[in-house]
Ligand binder design. Structure first.
Ligand code: ADP
Length: 500
């Protein structure tokens, strides 16, 4: 790591980055079986600054066995819900106490602005763990009064139990490394499951630091295991493992289908949170300044590397030029820079591959006839920068309109009427989210049911809350995270029918 970067880090972060990294399996820190390592790159400079173990199939086998043993017997299996709640609360406190270090790790590893990492990512992790902790004591079943039709002479009563699904394999992406880990571990540990976490190879550090905090909180050995490694090696071994009971995956639709099929071979339960091409729909009464600011957040937050990114902006033709101008002015004024620089508003993309992918999409837009109102080029320096970009003169059949770009690139398009915009907004294989910008309640309410998406925001975009179930329609996924709904994915429902 260069001296400039190192000087921006707090002492604890520097210490953690410098020390050798291990896998956490069965409560012990261990090397990868085959001894290999993976380089971790700083997206702001393109330089490798740390190494993590390259976990393989044998490591996944060991981790799943440890999680299985912790689930089937020992302290965890007999722990009362209230004690699981307290442990999760304790973990949340530890995350909060180490917020600056965790935020710096996210900024270093993913490239995101450190202030965003601190006050969005890490703050949301703390919130999420506390929210899920509360459910540990509140999960239960129902009682029924059966009228068994063919056995009239007996009396019956019935009830349902919610039981933890078992060993959870969690595979997470690089855009919100710590938060995606929390979204899986909160419900898993609250409901009494055990788990094996495989972080993304681009951003493995915060998961390893989180694992240290899990140890410090006092979780029994094997409840939470972390195996770093490549997707097609460690990830594939985990998703196809016959001894996991549930696979929780967040990532691309392409890999989601692959892991979903692998899991189904073992009838492993799956939840898949996948890609999106979310529309932001601006009605003709909307306030131009509010829309420009909101749309800038909708697309440029986390450099557009957000599954709910508002990457298609439909603006009523009356307001189109004004909204594009307002949004372009905001984009032009954004400070693009290293995540650790406290003034940075837009960090680099996570990797050279991602930068090339996004630039490839921008070029394809130009080739097909689109034009950049602002941006449209890579940023200067050795990092993986792409300038915030607003494309116009687009057609619905262009790749930039149809495919998920996962970068700071929005395509703005005018429309004439609500029927047209509803049809075009839904003309995508994805269905993760959408936003509607208007204060005309009647038209907003008429539009909401017509939008095929798991979340519809009104006058805001990418605002998440623990109480709100989150997940996709169509090819954006299967299942819901957050809210009470997430426990449908982490528990099995057992029906008990008793003859009296
Ligand atoms: P992204 O496009 O965001 O990189 P991916 O879907 O490629 O998303 O990656 C999300 C997660 O899936 C990462 O942890 C990655 O290592 C993992 N992964 C990638 N390929 C596979 C695979 N073949 N099997 C299982 N996991 C995989």
């Amino acid at each position: 790591m260069d001296a400039h970067t190192s000087a921006l880090l707090n002492e604890n972060t520097r210490r953690f980055v410098a020390k050798p990294k291990r896998l956490l399996i069965g409560g012990a820190w261990v090397e990868a079986s085959e001894g290999g390592t993976l380089d971790v790159f700083d997206p702001a400079t393109g330089q490798a600054f740390a190494k993590v173990p390259a976990g393989g199939k044998a490591d996944i086998d060991r981790a799943v066995a440890a999680a299985r043993q912790a689930f089937d017997g020992g302290d965890w299996a007999v722990m009362r819900p209230v004690d699981r709640e307290r442990l999760l609360m304790k973990l949340a406190d530890l995350v909060e106490a180490n917020a600056q270090e965790l935020a710096e790790l996210e900024a270093l590893d993913n490239g995101k602005p450190v202030t965003v990492a601190r006050f969005a990512d890490v703050a949301l992790v703390v919130d999420s763990l506390r929210y899920m902790a509360g459910w540990a004591t509140k999960l239960g079943g129902e009682t029924m009064q059966p009228s068994v039709p063919i056995i009239r002479e007996r009396e019956f009563w019935g009830f349902t139990r919610r039981e933890p699904v078992g060993v959870v394999g969690a595979i997470i992406p690089w855009n919100f490394p710590l938060l995606m880990a929390a979204w899986k571990m909160g419900p898993a540990l609250a409901s009494g499951c055990t788990m094996v976490l495989k972080p993304a190879e681009e951003t493995p550090l915060s998961a390893l630091r989180l694992a240290e905090l899990v140890q410090e909180a006092g979780y029994p050995a094997g409840v939470f295991n972390v195996v770093t490694g490549l997707g097609h090696v460690a990830g594939a071994a985990l998703s196809s493992h016959p001894h996991i009971d549930k696979l929780a995956f967040t990532g691309s639709t392409e890999i989601g289908k692959l892991v979903g099929k692998a899991a189904l071979d073992n009838m492993t339960r799956i939840s898949l949170e996948l890609g999106g091409k979310s529309p932001m729909i601006v009605l003709d009464d909307a306030d131009v300044d509010a829309v420009a600011a909101g749309a800038a957040h909708g697309i440029f937050f986390n450099s557009g590397q957000v599954c709910t990114a508002g990457s298609r902006l439909f603006v009523h033709k009356k307001k189109f030029d004004q909204v594009v101008e307002g949004l372009s002015n905001i984009a032009a004024g954004m400070k693009v820079g290293a995540g650790l620089d406290p003034d940075t508003q837009l960090g680099p993309l996570v990797s050279a591959v991602q930068q090339e992918r996004v630039m490839g999409y921008i070029r394809s837009g130009f080739d097909e006839g689109a034009r950049a109102a602002v941006g449209g080029e890579a940023g200067a320096g050795g990092g993986y920068f792409v300038k915030p970009t607003v494309l116009v003169d687009a057609r619905d059949d262009m790749r930039v309109v149809r495919e998920e770009i996962f970068g700071p690139v929005v395509v703005a398009m005018p429309y004439d009427d609500l029927d047209e915009v509803a049809r075009r907004a839904n003309d995508t294989p994805y269905g993760l989210a959408a936003s509607i910008w208007s204060n005309d309640l009647t038209r907003v309410h008429r539009l909401i049911p017509r939008i095929k998406a798991g979340t519809v925001w009104v006058n805001c975009h990418t605002v998440l809350d623990n109480s709100m179930p989150f997940g996709g329609f169509k090819q954006s996924g299967i299942g819901r995270e957050m809210g009470r709904a997430v426990f449908d994915q982490y528990t099995e429902l057992k029906s008990v029918l008793m003859a009296l």
